[in-house]
Design a protein around this ligand. Structure first.
Ligand code: AP5
Length: 219
């Protein structure tokens, strides 16, 4: 059983790696960006508001996100352990999570922090393609689909996320530096932060992350 957070700037590989960790360690994968994009696709009230904010490269208000995480962690799936991907993103969210975990008596094992230089992040975002139908993720440079524009897994159409356009990526990076880097400092001061080089190829990054998770479980 593990309770983990994966942190890092936009495009660092949080989704790629946390999906695999969740599968291999049998954890709930709680990815706030995916939840918001699904809500937007379903046309819910939250989804409509979030779509506009995401398109602008800004953050959905803290109270909305804290409510969403409270519901996700109360769901039966989270009882087996979880990896949070995309939350917390502000100091206020991190403090709300601390309080929520204190209520439940749950403790975090580790906060995995993927470090990737900014130039690489912009390249990765520009190359990312996502399947409209099943959500599978490709990268034109690192992991292209077999047929251009078509998902290998389900044959669905691949698209460029609205917030992956270069000017929006730069805005997301600026928001990350201003609002999310203090979250990194918060977990560093709690002694939970585990840094991993996210520039390496995906399998190497995964091995490092797994090493950190196993090490944290033994500690
Ligand atoms: P979200 O979806 O969480 O976006 P993000 O954090 O900006 O992260 P990304 O999905 O862009 O990247 P990633 O780190 O997951 O990397 P990935 O594995 O995909 O959030 C979107 C928006 O929702 C936010 O901007 C905000 O508006 C809102 N939101 C979400 N949570 C919120 C919160 N808590 N509070 C407020 N608002 C919130 O990889 C990226 C690309 O690189 C892929 O193409 C992948 O194939 C490739 N890649 C991955 N690893 C490697 C590697 N090692 N080498 C080469 N390529 C690689």
């Amino acid at each position: 059983m593990h309770r983990l957070i994966i942190l890092g700037p936009p495009g660092a590989g949080k989704g790629t790696q946390s999906e695999r960790l969740a599968r291999d360690l049998d954890l709930a994968h709680v990815a706030t960006g995916d939840i918001l994009r699904r809500a937007a696709q379903d046309g819910t009230d939250l989804g409509r508001r979030a779509a506009e904010i995401m398109r602008a490269g800004l953050l959905v208000p803290d109270d909305v996100m804290i409510g969403l995480i409270r519901r996700e962690l109360a769901a039966p799936a989270a009882a087996k352990g979880f990896v949070l991907d995309g939350f917390p993103r502000t100091l206020e969210q991190a403090k709300a999570l601390d309080a929520l975990l204190a209520e439940t008596g749950w403790k975090l094992d580790a906060v995995l922090y993927l470090e990737v230089p900014e130039g690489e992040l912009v390249k990765r975002a520009a190359g990312r393609r996502v399947c409209k139908k099943c959500g599978a993720n490709y990268n034109l440079l690192a992991s292209p689909p077999t047929r251009a524009g078509i998902c290998d897994a389900c044959g669905g159409e691949l698209y460029l996320r609205d917030d992956d356009r270069e000017d929006t990526v730069r805005r997301r990076l600026e928001v990350y530096r201003r609002l999310t880097e203090p979250v990194v400092d918060h977990y560093r001061s709690c002694g939970l932060l585990r840094r991993v080089d996210g520039l390496a190829p995906p399998d190497a990054v995964y091995r490092s992350l797994l090493g950190q998770v196993t090490g944290a479980a033994k500690a």
